[in-house]
Design a protein around this ligand. Structure first.
Ligand code: NOJ
Length: 535
């Protein structure tokens, strides 16, 4: 069992934590209805403690019609009945904390569900009414208002505007079921501040902020012009004022934020991490980086350099519920920029991808800062092929079928090789089909096997907690052959990763902490293998 640190002794826990993302629908099913739920999570808290994670980030668990997997929230103060109840969420938060595991909830401030009371009231009200001012309602363009008010493209393909029966249009950067809120309206700000307090009062330690750089929109919602600065809805300066006021609330509760901030400009990204704004933001640059030593080193250096001036720790992420699973991605030819994107039928070599994913795990867990793991990553799950008729993700439908959508990384977890539905817990078939060849990935198959992905993660996470040199702190690059990365952390810890075809000589050391795969007969580090050493 992992070492448990008393919460009061670790005020800066978030600077170094290993945080596990729970996609509730697919984690474990406590009531057998085919959908994962809070009872399922509670039944697996022992597994999570043994894995050695320090916090859980729950993707939205609130009342939702699930038009976008819960990122369409109908009521922030109610748990979706498919998952459980508020009382059960409170129990879960307390039970997890009893095991030394903190809870992070997901807030989606850019939009709500079209079933949210505010939007229903807005639809029932007239153009120009106060109810509509909470959203972005506009008359259309064209002679009869038949054209959308502007040309913004949706993040889910297609237009960002939907017309309502009285002729007005409303804005939705994502699906039509996710109307955007008007962040220039004081009631929108007030409501979110109340929601933050609501969850901090229930004992959560942190909040993940969905689409954190999209909330503010340029006045007048002007058309998008290529190269326009500022962009009409990405990264507007007003956002910082919002997050500064959120920070004062978090500080009252010792809570923390992690922002979902996808921005190519590192200086603009770092602004969100100034000491009076967000504590952390996801580092998607590393996630999107192909398996290439030079590119990875550049990504790591840039990340550390952009965080240093604001004093924020970096976060390392290899996978989440929106991108292709790690072993599938790393088993493909490096494809540059759209490396993490979903694609139909891209050839992948799973043995290669698994070897690289093991090495990538040791790399990311040894870097300075916090690290996020996505459920199933510790089992080495590949991306699943979902039969076309079972796809549920709106991204697929809105792309006209060209994008497979994100269901392939959201398949219910395999817990037990022999049990129906791999022990996911469902009596009814799980909401997404599980592949027929997943026995070997089941947690119970991997548990006793020292060479399994699960064993690798358990050992690595255990060392990460007991070795003070890991987590937040300095990193010093060491000389390494071409195609390899080598760096030292404090307390004599070293990490070497070899991506080159030829095996690499290890630096002088006094012992091995962990290797991601077997060494060569002559003790050299083979291709796609990583090692933790003691200097
Ligand atoms: C980012 C979330 O991770 C994704 O799953 C969701 O579809 C969009 N934001 C919209 O909320």
């Amino acid at each position: 069992m992992a070492v448990i640190l008393p919460p009061e002794a670790t005020a800066d826990w978030w600077r170094s934590a290993a945080i596990y993302q729970v996609y509730v629908r697919s984690f474990a099913d406590g009531d057998g209805d085919g959908t994962g739920d809070l009872a399922g999570v509670r039944s697996k808290l022992g597994y999570l403690a043994e894995l050695g994670v320090e916090a859980l980030w729950f993707t939205p668990w609130y009342l939702s019609p699930l038009a976008d997997g819960g990122y369409d929230v109908a009521d922030y103060r109610t748990i979706d009945p498919a998952f459980g109840s508020l009382a059960e969420a409170e129990k879960l938060i307390a039970e997890a904390l009893g095991l030394g595991i903190r809870t992070i909830v997901d807030i989606v401030p850019n939009h709500v569900s079209d079933q949210h009371a505010w939007f229903r009231a807005a639809l029932a009200a007239e153009p120009g009414s106060p109810e509509r001012e909470l959203f972005h309602f506009r008359p259309g363009r064209g002679e009869h208002g038949e054209l959308p008010p502007n040309d913004w493209p949706s993040q889910f393909a297609g237009t960002t505007w939907t017309r309502v029966p009285d002729g007005e249009w409303y804005l939705h950067l994502f699906a039509p079921e996710q109307p955007d809120l008007n962040w220039a309206h004081p009631a929108v700000r007030q409501e979110h501040e109340d929601v933050l307090r609501f969850w901090f009062e229930r004992g959560v330690a942190g909040v993940r902020i969905d689409s954190a750089a999209l909330l503010a929109k340029a006045p007048g919602l002007p058309d998008f012009v290529e190269g326009q600065d500022p962009h009409p809805y990405i990264d507007l300066d007003e956002l910082h004022d919002i997050y500064r006021s959120w920070r004062t609330i978090a500080d009252e509760y010792d809570g923390i934020f992690v922002g979902e901030v996808w921005l190519p400009d590192s200086e603009r990204f770092a602004r969100y991490l100034r000491p009076d704004e967000l504590h952390t933001a996801f580092n998607f640059n590393f996630l999107s980086c192909p398996w290439d030593a030079t590119l990875l080193r550049t990504s790591i250096e840039e990340t550390l350099a952009e965080h240093a001036p604001v004093g924020a720790p970096a976060t390392w992420v290899l996978c989440n519920h929106d991108v292709t699973r790690t072993v599938t991605r790393y088993g493909r030819e490096a494809t540059g920029f759209d490396f993490a994107a979903k694609a139909f039928g891209t050839p992948t070599d799973l043995a290669l991808g698994t070897r690289r994913a093991r090495a990538a795990a040791l790399l990311s867990l040894a870097l300075p800062g916090a690290v996020y793991l996505y459920q199933g990553e510790e089992l080495g799950l590949p991306e699943a092929e979902i039969p076309l008729q079972r796809i549920q993700d709106p991204m697929h439908f809105r792309s006209g079928g060209s994008d497979p959508g994100r269901d392939g990384c959201r398949v219910p977890l395999p817990w037990s090789a022999e049990a129906p539905h791999y022990g996911f817990g469902s009596v009814r078939p799980p909401w997404l089909p599980q592949p027929e060849d997943w026995e070997a990935y089941a947690a119970d198959r991997q548990e006793g096997d020292p060479s399994s992905m699960l064993s690798l993660y358990r050992t690595a996470l255990g060392l990460r907690r007991t070795e003070p040199g890991f987590g937040d702190g300095p990193l010093r690059w060491l000389p390494a052959p071409d195609g390899a990365l080598a760096f030292a952390r404090e307390d004599g810890l070293m990490c070497v990763v070899n991506l080159a075809a030829q095996s690499a000589e290890l630096p002088g050391h006094t012992g091995f902490l962990l290797v991601s795969g077997p060494l060569d007969e002559d003790g050299r580090l083979p291709q796609d293998t990583a090692v933790w050493l003691r200097a």
